[in-house]
Design a protein around this ligand. Structure first.
Ligand code: NAP
Length: 251
């Protein structure tokens, strides 16, 4: 059974690796191509957009995919919307692979906001030393609060569109001790994070808690309601049910 996995997350890579070892499936892992180089996933992959919902639908039909797994990052809302629409249009079964968001624990000092503009406003009127981990594409929102000093962590280096900003390029996973050391060394006063729920990037949240540093936490966008599983093994189980379902009656 040919399976298209929409990726950009470590879970997508893990699922693709599981399917590559399973003769019942032929899997293709898809990347948007946002980063300068794609770390070789060791399984068949493609790079680049499909051309919206219609393009994705056409791609699914042309390549004969029998199942679609949306394993994109929880903030890749456009891709998830396109996937939901295309799956409906082309009658290709869709499952979303997405774990739960993080929840605050005792000692956490979170300020939860809905948008990047709200995150920028939440930093307040007094200058602060900010660590931003929201990604390269969305730091522009912080131009509305240029009086803060920003340390921006992103996968690739880039020229920040902010007057008082430095960029450190790093790709997860990140370890707790290193995250604590970064926050201390840079004398970070507030962390800005998306609530991705991703285990491999949680260490910064735990480090902020340990050091009593507040976190401006951007909530996940609303996505279409589709069948969702929280982990790779359950995505595999869902794919197995599709394997057994008669053609044309898969859900
Ligand atoms: P987005 O806004 O939801 O998607 C914009 C467009 O990029 C989509 O319409 C699609 O183009 C293309 N695209 C996105 N994911 C794709 C994929 N896996 N394969 C092929 N095309 C894809 O996405 P985004 O927020 O910019 O994120 C881009 C990628 O980075 C995603 O794959 C996501 O998993 C990963 N990522 C995102 C974040 C984040 O915070 N947003 C964090 C970590 C990783 P067409 O319409 O032309 O098909």
């Amino acid at each position: 059974m040919q399976v298209l996995i929409l990726g950009g997350t470590s879970e997508a890579r893990r699922l693709a690796a599981r399917l590559a070892d399973d003769a019942r499936f032929g899997a293709m892992l898809s990347f948007a191509g946002r980063t300068e180089s794609v770390a070789d996933p060791g399984v068949p992959y493609r790079v680049g957009g499909f051309g919206g919902t219609d393009g994705l639908c056409e791609h699914l039909r042309r390549e004969g995919y029998r199942a679609l797994v949306d394993a994109t990052h929880p903030f890749a809302a456009q891709m998830s919307r396109n996937a939901a629409r295309a799956a409906g249009l082309c009658a290709v079964p869709l499952v979303r692979l997405e774990g739960p968001p993080w929840s605050p624990l005792e000692g956490d000092r979170w300020l939860e906001v809905a948008t990047m503009a709200e995150a920028a406003a939440a930093l307040g009127p007094a200058p602060r030393r900010v660590l931003s981990t929201v990604g390269r594409l969305e730091v522009g929102a912080f131009a509305a609060a240029p009086w803060h000093e920003y340390l921006i962590r992103a996968v690739d280096p880039f020229e920040p569109p902010l007057p008082r900003a430095r960029v450190i390029a790093a790709r997860g996973p990140f370890e707790l001790a290193a995250e604590r050391a970064l926050l201390e060394r840079e004398r970070i006063e507030v962390l800005v994070s998306k609530n991705s729920g991703t285990p491999s990037t949680y260490a910064k949240i735990a480090a902020a808690r340990e050091l009593g540093i507040p976190v401006v936490m951007v909530s996940r966008p609303h996505l279409p309601a589709v069948t969702t599983v929280p982990e790779v093994s359950l995505a595999l189980a869902w794919l197995e049910t599709q394997l057994l379902a008669p053609a044309g009656r898969r859900t």
